[in-house]
Ligand binder design. Structure first.
Ligand code: CA
Length: 514
C-alpha cells in the first residue's frame, strides 16, 4: 500500500513542480490537490488518509524544490504536459471547467458565424473567432432525443428515448444509464443544469435525480402549458431543484433568458476555484417567442431575431464571466442547438426544417472555445454530433466511458485540438424517432428508404440525387445501415443493443402553483 501511494505521489511530482513554478497566469494548485480528482475518486480516501497524503506531498514538494533547479522543475512540468497531450487527456494542472450551452430550435443559418446576415450575433461571432466552428455537427430532429443523446452519449434509440415527451410522461433516463453529470461528478466536478431539461418531469427523472447538484429552469418546452392543451403556452412551471418555485405567464417567460443567464454567471463566479460542469439548455428560441423587454423590437427579424439576439447576448455574458473569473484558459465552452429551426428560423444553406432528417432538421451550428487548447478562428468539417459530447467531456475531465455497455459517441478532443481532421465516425446515424432514415459518412448523405445519395461537398442543399452514379458508395452506406439496424433494430423493432428507458407506474402532472 505504501509503495502504491508512493508511486501515485511520484507520478504527480511534475504536477507539484508546476505548482512550485506556475507559468504566468496559471493558478497555483493548492497543496494536497496534486493528486488529480479522478485518482482521488478512485481511491475513495478517508479524511485521515487525505491528511496523511497532504503531509507526504508537502514533504516531497519541499525536497523537490531543494534538490532541483528551477530550470529542471520547468522541464518536469513540460514533460507532464506532453504526457497528458499524448494520452488524449487535456489535464495539466486543475481539471478544465466544462460549459455546454444549448439553444432550442436554433437553425444552422441563424447566427453570424454560420452565415446569418439577418440576426446580429456578435458574441457568437467572437466565440467562433476565438475557437473552432464544427460545421458538420449533428443533433436530432427534435428536442427530447437530442437531450437524451447529450446526457447518455448514445443514440436516443439505444436508450429508448426517441420521441418528444410531454408533461406528466411516465418516461425518462433509466437509472442504470451513466449520465454525463454523474460521470463528471466521479471525476470531482460540481454540476448544474440551468434551463430546459425535457427528459422527464417526474421526480426520479429530474436533473437533480440524474447527476446534477442543482437545477433551475422550465422542465420542458415552452409550448407545453396546461398541459399541452388548447392554450399551448402559459402558464409554465419554473423549478429550483425538484420544486416548482413559480408559475410563469407570458411576462414571466419574457424574463426567462435573462434569469437563466444571471444564474449561470453567478454559478461561474461561485465555482471558479473548482472544476465545474455547467449545462445551460436555453428555452430560447422555441415558439412561442418570448424575447426579453430589452431586446423586443430591436432586431431586423421580428420576435424571432429579437430572441436570437438575446441568446447571443447571454453567450456574451457567460464568456465575460469566464474571462472575469480568470479561468478562460481552463474552461471549455461548447455552443450548439438541439435541432434545426422550424420555418420561423433559417437553416440556410441546408435543406429542410426541424422534425426531419434533411440536413436542416438536424445539422446544427456548433462552436467550441477553449483558449490555448482549441485553435482560434478555424472550422472543422469532420462528421460528429451531440452523442460525442459525453465521451469528449469525460476525456478532458480525465475519465473514460464505461466499458460494460455500448456507447455510440466518440472522443472529439483530437479534432478540437486541431491535431486531427478525421471524423471518428465511419457513419453517423440520422434517426427520426426509431427509424434510421439516413446516414452521413464523409461527404455523403444517404437516405435508406428512398435510396437517395447526396454529395454534400458539392451539393450542401441536397438538391441532386447521385445514387445512380455511385453504386459503390450506396453499397457501403447500406452496409453501415444494416450494421446499425442489426444492433438497434429496424423501425419500431427493438434490436439487441437497445436499453430500456426509465418508467414510473403512475406519473403525475407537475403542480403549476408552488
Ligand atoms: Ca428543440
Amino acid at each position: 500500500m505504501v509503495n502504491f501511494v508512493f508511486s501515485l505521489v511520484m507520478s504527480n511530482l511534475a504536477a507539484m513542480a508546476m505548482a512550485a513554478q506556475p507559468a504566468e497566469g496559471t493558478p497555483v494548485q493548492p497543496l494536497g490537490q496534486a493528486l488529480p480528482p479522478p485518482l482521488r475518486a478512485m481511491l475513495q480516501l478517508t479524511p485521515s488518509q487525505e491528511e496523511a497524503l497532504v503531509a507526504i506531498e508537502q514533504d516531497l514538494k519541499k525536497q523537490l524544490e531543494r534538490i532541483l533547479t528551477p530550470e529542471q522543475i520547468k522541464v518536469l512540468a513540460n514533460a507532464r504536459s506532453r504526457a497528458s497531450a499524448r494520452s488524449g487527456n487535456s489535464v495539466s494542472g486543475p481539471l478544465p471547467n466544462i460549459i455546454v450551452i444549448v439553444a432550442d430550435d436554433l437553425g444552422y443559418g441563424d447566427i453570424e458565424p454560420f452565415g446569418s446576415r439577418l440576426n446580429r450575433t456578435p458574441h457568437l461571432a467572437s466565440m467562433a473567432r476565438e475557437g473552432m466552428k464544427l460545421t458538420s455537427f449533428y443533433a436530432c430532429p427534435v428536442c427530447t432525443p437530442s437531450r437524451a443523446q447529450m446526457m447518455t452519449g448514445c443514440y436516443a434509440k439505444r436508450v429508448s428515448l426517441p420521441q418528444v415527451i410531454f408533461p406528466g410522461s411516465a418516461t425518462g433516463i433509466h437509472a442504470d444509464e451513466r449520465t454525463l453529470p454523474e460521470l463528471l461528478k466521479k471525476q470531482g466536478y460540481v454540476t448544474s443544469c440551468i434551463g430546459k431539461w425535457h427528459l422527464g418531469d417526474q421526480p426520479c427523472f429530474l436533473p437533480t435525480s440524474r447527476g446534477f447538484d442543482r437545477y433551475f429552469g422550465i422542465p420542458y418546452s415552452n409550448d407545453m402549458g396546461p398541459q399541452h392543451g388548447a392554450s399551448k403556452g402559459n402558464p409554465l412551471p419554473l423549478m429550483r431543484g425538484d420544486r416548482v418555485i413559480e408559475t410563469l405567464d407570458g411576462e414571466g417567460q419574457n424574463a426567462v433568458t435573462a434569469r437563466y443567464t444571471s444564474e449561470a454567471v453567478a454559478y461561474i463566479r461561485e465555482n471558479k476555484d473548482r472544476p465545474f460542469f455547467l449545462y445551460l439548455p436555453h428555452t430560447a428560441v422555441h415558439v412561442p417567442l418570448h424575447p426579453g423587454s430589452a431586446f423586443r423590437g430591436k432586431s431586423k427579424n421580428g420576435n424571432y431575431g429579437d430572441w436570437v439576439e438575446e441568446l447571443d447576448d447571454s453567450v456574451g455574458q457567460v464568456l465575460s464571466a469566464v474571462r472575469d473569473a480568470g479561468i478562460d484558459a481552463r474552461t471549455m465552452v461548447l455552443f450548439t442547438s438541439d435541432n434545426g429551426a422550424p420555418r420561423v428560423g433559417s437553416n440556410a444553406p441546408l435543406r429542410g426544417f426541424k422534425a426531419s432528417t434533411w440536413e436542416g432538421g438536424m445539422r446544427v451550428p456548433t462552436i467550441v472555445r477553449w483558449p490555448g487548447t482549441v485553435p482560434a478562428g478555424v472550422a472543422c468539417n469532420a462528421v460528429c454530433g451531440n452523442i460525442d459530447i459525453l465521451p469528449s467531456c469525460l476525456a478532458i475531465a480525465g475519465g473514460a466511458v464505461a466499458a460494460d455497455r455500448a456507447i455510440d459517441g466518440k472522443n472529439l478532443v483530437d479534432l478540437w485540438r486541431g491535431s486531427s481532421t478525421a471524423s471518428p465516425h465511419a457513419a453517423y446515424g440520422c434517426f427520426l424517432g426509431n427509424s434510421l432514415q439516413g446516414l452521413r459518412s464523409g461527404q455523403w448523405k444517404y437516405y435508406t428508404t428512398e435510396n437517395w445519395l447526396f454529395d454534400l461537398d458539392k451539393d450542401i442543399a441536397e438538391a441532386m440525387d447521385v445514387a445512380a452514379a455511385h453504386p459503390d458508395v450506396v453499397a457501403t452506406m447500406r452496409k453501415y445501415a444494416e450494421a446499425i439496424e442489426l444492433d438497434l433494430g429496424k423501425g419500431s423493432v427493438t434490436g439487441p443493443g437497445v436499453r430500456q428507458a426509465g418508467r414510473v407506474a403512475s406519473p403525475v402532472l407537475p403542480r403549476l402553483r408552488p
